[in-house]
Design a protein around this ligand. Structure first.
Ligand code: ADP
Ligand code: MG
Length: 249
């Protein structure tokens, strides 16, 4: 993308499931270094927007551009390779592998950049070294040899973030990275997200407006598949539609 242009840009996204309109005319831009939140009540269409942006779902209408390239018709593996990577709302670690092995698998994933890279370099030691680097980045070094199954819930979610980072994303989409976490883990993940976003753009789904208030420079509010408000926390939280529909005040 040229300077000042969004790295990710969606225009007029629409998704119908057997006639039910889950996402309706959603347009959004994401710029380098930006942390944007996508919030809204359950069923608002947040995960569907993620699936559309990362091509896990085909839009009924609309276009998506990534770094100036039209990706509307590409498949998920292809967009991941280009650097548009997402996590899932439901935990996706391999419980019977160690923490390090989970990251190693991510580095070797066929759709990952790591695959091509490491096939060239070959050696397991280098793969492990890269895995350990990533684990250090996310603060899981002391758990590298533990089974993923034995991690606390919060650390499992952190491991998931590490596996997405293994794909070296330019844009990272995190679906409820803090869902179900205790206060302490939320703080830890918030710090991690802020750090991760220093050299990439990040879009996160989050239920809790308070959680995103500090972390995100822009908030997009979705309700019944439509954007009802966007802007910084002050702007969004003043919006009467948001207050009524989402904050219950
Ligand atoms: P959110 O992530 O905001 O909770 P979703 O994007 O998961 O919401 O869902 C938005 C709406 O679309 C919901 O009403 C959901 O039931 C519906 N929906 C999502 N995925 C499908 C699907 N594959 N088939 C049919 N309906 C779906
Ligand atoms: Mg969801």
């Amino acid at each position: 993308a040229k300077a000042g242009e969004p790295v990710l840009s969606a225009r007029g996204l629409r998704k119908e499931f057997a006639g039910f309109v889950a996402v309706k005319d959603v347009s959004l831009d994401l710029h380098d270094g930006q942390i944007k939140a996508l919030i809204g009540p359950n069923g608002a269409g947040k995960s569907t927007v993620f699936n559309l942006l990362t091509k896990f779902l085909k839009p009924t209408a609309g276009t998506i551009a990534f770094m100036g390239q039209d990706i509307t018709r590409l498949d998920p593996a292809r967009v991941a390779r280009l650097g548009l990577v997402r996590s899932f709302q439901i935990s996706a670690v391999f419980p019977h592998l160690t923490v390090r092995e989970n990251v190693r698998v991510a580095l070797q994933r066929p759709q990952g950049l790591g695959h091509q890279f490491w096939l060239g370099l070959g050696s397991l030691e280098r793969l492990d070294a890269r895995a350990d680097e990533l684990l250090a980045d996310v603060g899981l070094t002391e758990h590298a040899g533990h089974l993923a199954a034995d991690l606390s819930y919060g650390r499992k979610r952190v491991l998931e973030i590490a596996t997405t980072l293994a794909l070296d994303p330019r844009v990272l989409l995190l679906d409820e990275p803090m869902a179900g976490m205790g206060h302490e883990d939320v703080g830890h993940v918030a710090q991690l997200i802020a750090r991760v976003a220093e050299d990439r753009a990040l879009l996160m789904v989050e239920h809790n407006l308070k959680v995103v208030a500090d972390l995100c420079d822009e908030i997009v509010v979705l309700q019944r598949g439509e954007i009802i408000a966007e802007g910084d926390y002050a702007t969004v939280s003043r919006n009467p539609q948001v207050r009524e529909a989402y904050m219950g005040t």
